[in-house]
Design a binder for this molecule. Structure first.
Ligand code: ADP
Length: 177
């Protein structure tokens, strides 16, 4: 993990989120919670099969119809260095009537869950900016606004925004400044 930028308790880093060693990582899951491609696939591979079992349990219990866009669900991290995974579902940009509000909800709800759990170190991937098609610079502004709004109220939390490439990390820093 390489830190590109740090401001207060917010870091912008480049790297593989499955290697993040903190209280929790956020997963850009899909509604089924049963795994997918991109960062979701990488997290399931690194966490091992128990993660899928835990997600199936969520489907059997709290979320029989799947996890709605913007909501969050918690599982252990199993073989990951991170202790927990906060699953959330970002909007599909082209299909959403309110992508901004839905993307902001993912970040706000994950932050709130992390604070409730007493987590101090949390990492996010760039939710919705892969297969779900959210333009990176536009997503960056949403994320920066949520962090500016919420981090002052969550003084115990250190947040890392983990981008898969240097270019994505730089796009964030440029768009958010
Ligand atoms: P979505 O379906 O929400 O768009 P994707 O997994 O397709 O989710 O992509 C979200 C972002 O995660 C993309 O910017 C992608 O480059 C990035 N990504 C993919 N794998 C990893 C990883 N192992 N660590 C961090 N970011 C990742």
């Amino acid at each position: 993990m390489q830190i590109h930028h740090r401001q207060g308790r917010l870091s912008v880093a480049e790297g593989d989120i499955t290697r993040f060693d903190g209280d929790a990582i956020v997963n850009a899951a899909n509604r089924s919670l049963l795994g997918g491609g991109g960062v979701d696939g990488a997290i399931h591979r690194a966490a091992g099969p128990q993660l899928l079992e835990a997600c199936r349990e969520l489907r059997r219990t709290i979320w029989p119809d799947g996890l709605p866009v913007g909501q969050v669900a918690l599982t252990p991290g199993f073989r990951l260095p991170a202790e927990y995974v906060v699953h959330t579902v970002g909007p599909v940009y082209a299909e959403s009537e309110e992508p901004r509000g839905q993307l902001a909800a993912c970040y706000r709800n994950a932050l709130a869950l992390a604070a409730d759990q007493g987590f101090t170190r949390l990492a996010f991937p760039a939710i919705s900016t892969g297969v779900y098609g959210y333009p990176s610079a536009e997503a960056a502004r949403v994320v920066a606004d949520v962090m500016r709004e919420r981090l002052p109220q969550l003084p115990a939390l250190e947040v890392t925004l983990m981008f898969f490439s240097a270019a994505d990390a730089e796009t964030f820093v440029q768009a958010a400044s």
